[in-house]
Design a protein around this ligand. Structure first.
Ligand SMILES: *Cc1c(COP(=O)(O)O)cnc(C)c1O
Length: 429
């Protein structure tokens, strides 16, 4: 119904605070239902240098001092920004299950980043098990290694003889069996979970505080987007009073969101694979929340738009209230991604991954005099092939991943068949 507010003065106070403190201040505003003291412990346990590689958790790296920075969100265990919300979500879920003396079995499907981030978030959590479906042989070398070498009693990698679509279909079929779902306490951790969005609002507040010095100073953010979770979190931060000038939604060749922000027409579809696979998404699951806001928090109106999406495969926002004026957008082709990776290496001596490159390319195109902060959503080591194509050499692999290739993999091959998956779950809970 409304967003809690952060005043300029409160933000000014947060300038001196570390990441877990900023997280506590921001998340408390949403009334988590978790006692303040417990939440503060959970946040201190989650956002550590040990897990995220730096004391700052999400450091800013200035490429042009005071003008252009990367917000480094990918220091976590799977080298992509999804670790930031999911590491917290895993702990929150376990905390609630402890209180209720319950257990939960998470069933998921992944084409790459989400699966490993969920696995590393739930590893060793005593109240949770994870059954993750992934398509055989279709993820990057690094992604497979990372996910399949995890050796934990509560993590089950089900490698499906089929595509990502097959995985999703099976997951949906299992979930549609209400009796099974209830009997085996099946749950999900997907990207429309509000706790994930709230945890992402935190780093926009934190980055704002670190990038500015005076009350009222403005910044703009450029966000490589697919499901629209990350850009939505920036929009929420702005709604809460953070002085964000523009939010630049950057897409790859699958530019459903760019078209939406340019024309008001939302029509999900896919053009094909790109070098930024985590943004090859046609349906932006979180867009509904944004539209609900700009349409004046009117549930009936939002419902009407999504009904026409269902019946006509699209909707068009009326010209008057088209889009929030601070939401800008643009797209980058694969060729432009390669050019941008080269340019950033040449000009700033920094290697960026293809997703981040989309954000840099579109951000630079749309920026004005306001300092621009680009969300770095993954590290280049994850996408070595594209980096080699752009720069002629492979990006360095962070120290802690060097041994991965030698570890045994822990997987079960399975057919894309809901009954087979149900049997597996029943046998392992
Ligand atoms: C998931 C992901 C994105 C897209 O983020 P959304 O919140 O889905 O818009 C971008 N880059 C990387 C590396 C990702 O893993």
């Amino acid at each position: 119904k409304h967003y809690p507010q952060l005043s300029g003065k409160q933000l000014h106070t947060l300038r001196k605070c570390d990441y877990p403190t900023v997280a506590l201040e921001v998340l408390s505003l949403f009334g988590s239902g978790i006692p303040w003291y417990d939440l503060s412990i959970l946040l201190r346990e989650t956002y550590t240098k040990k897990v995220f590689g730096t004391e700052e958790i999400t450091p800013l790296k200035w490429l042009e001092p005071g003008r252009l920075a990367l917000l480094q969100l990918s220091g976590g265990p799977t080298l992509a920004f999804k670790d930031i919300p999911l590491q917290l979500l895993g702990r929150l879920m376990n905390y609630v299950l402890e209180k209720e003396d319950g257990t939960l079995n998470i069933l998921g499907a992944t084409s790459g980043d989400t699966g490993s981030a969920a696995a590393y978030a739930l590893a060793g959590k005593n109240r949770l098990r994870l059954f993750m479906l992934s398509p055989y042989g279709r993820m990057s070398r690094f992604q497979q290694m990372q996910m399949y070498t995890l050796n934990e009693r509560n993590i089950f990698n089900l490698v499906v003889n089929g595509t990502f679509d097959d995985c999703q279909k099976v997951m949906k079929e299992v979930n549609d069996d209400a009796e099974f779902k209830e009997k085996y306490h099946l749950g999900a951790m997907n990207s429309i979970n509000w706790a994930r969005i709230a945890a992402q609002v935190v780093y926009y507040v934190y980055a704002y505080c670190k990038a500015t010095t005076n009350i009222g100073d403005e910044v703009s953010f450029s966000v490589p987007s697919g499901n629209f979770g990350n850009a939505l979190a920036a929009h929420v931060a702005k709604q809460m009073g953070v002085p964000i000038r523009d939010i630049i939604v950057a897409t790859n060749e699958n530019d459903v969101l760019d078209r939406f922000f340019q024309t008001g027409e939302y029509r999900p579809r896919m053009w094909g694979d790109t070098s930024s696979p985590s943004m090859d998404i046609s349906v932006a699951s979180n867009l509904e929340r944004y539209v609900h806001d700009i349409e004046g928090f009117n549930p009936a109106k939002t419902a009407r738009l999504w009904a026409s999406l269902k019946s006509d495969g699209k909707f068009v926002l009326p010209k008057s209230g088209r889009n929030a004026r601070w939401m800008l957008s643009g797209k980058a082709t694969d060729a432009e991604v390669l050019d941008t990776i080269r340019m950033v290496y040449r000009e700033y001596n920094t290697i960026i991954d293809p997703h981040t490159a989309v954000g840099v390319k579109v951000g630079l195109e749309r920026r004005d005099d306001t300092p621009l902060i680009v969300a770095e959503t993954a590290q280049p080591a994850k996408f070595a092939d594209t980096i080699r194509e752009a720069l002629g050499f492979e990006p360095p692999i962070p120290e802690r991943f060097k041994g991965l290739a030698d570890l045994p993999e822990h997987t079960t091959r399975i057919d894309p068949d809901a009954e087979a998956v149900k049997q597996f779950i029943a046998a392992h809970v």
